[in-house]
Design a protein around this ligand. Sequence first.
Ligand code: ADP
Ligand code: MG
Length: 259
Amino acid sequence: MLNVSDLTMEFGGLKALSNVDLSILQGEIHGLIGPNGSGKTTLINVITGFYYPTRGKIALSQKNITAVPPYIVARLGLVRTFQNINLFPEMTVLENVLTGHFLHTTPSLLSVLLGLPVYKIKEQKTLELGKELLNFVGLYELKNMKAKNLPYGKQRILEIARALMTLPKFLILDEPVAGMNDQESDMVSNLIRKLRDNRGITILLIEHHMRFVMNLCEKLTVLSAGKVLARGKPDEIQRDQEVISVYLGTGRGNNAKNK
Ligand code: ADP
Ligand code: MG
């Protein structure tokens, strides 16, 4: 479904990614791990068209999407969430989900919001899909609550629901359980599995929480200093001496190991 080959991304003199190869099969739950600053978010930014790569190629279902802008990538079925919460705090839960209808697929969200207030996009089909998705993620009962009043874990789940409004076939999640307690991260874990099992969505997720990653993902790619250090199944990665030494050498990795 996704094929990244020989991808390099330089910022000035800094090589954030060096010759990265990554292949993800349809229906896979794939984890991208690595210490802080190893290039995980940059890789997602390049894949989704937020950055133009220095070198390399990205294909989605065999279609070349290298340097295609994010809203077109989204129309092709690939949507991402962000590392930090990115909701409209004063809008209700339902309104936030409805904005996903064009948030990911329109060049400028602001122009859409200015020209087309949210109450106007509540046409029946969109509204029904929004409610269906809230039901799917377990937030339907809270649909009229302001987003800012949701507990943290549910805000992150709402972001996932909003990303689903464009009916993606491929979803990329940047640290979906960062800052969550065990109960919240179990909820997200179940939701991600359900997205794949019930809706057939292929998943790429970045995460530091090791128990979460190892239980949920079928394949892992490990980045270190912008390079692919290892790839394989979770049990293979956990035994990989190079991966162990890179993780033990960093504060962030250390924390992750202890979780
Ligand atoms: P991770 O998500 O694995 O923590 P990042 O992809 O955010 O790592 O960062 C990888 C490296 O690229 C870091 O050294 C970071 O400072 C650098 N970097 C990321 N984005 C930019 C940017 N827009 N401009 C310059 N340097 C950047
Ligand atoms: Mg990051």
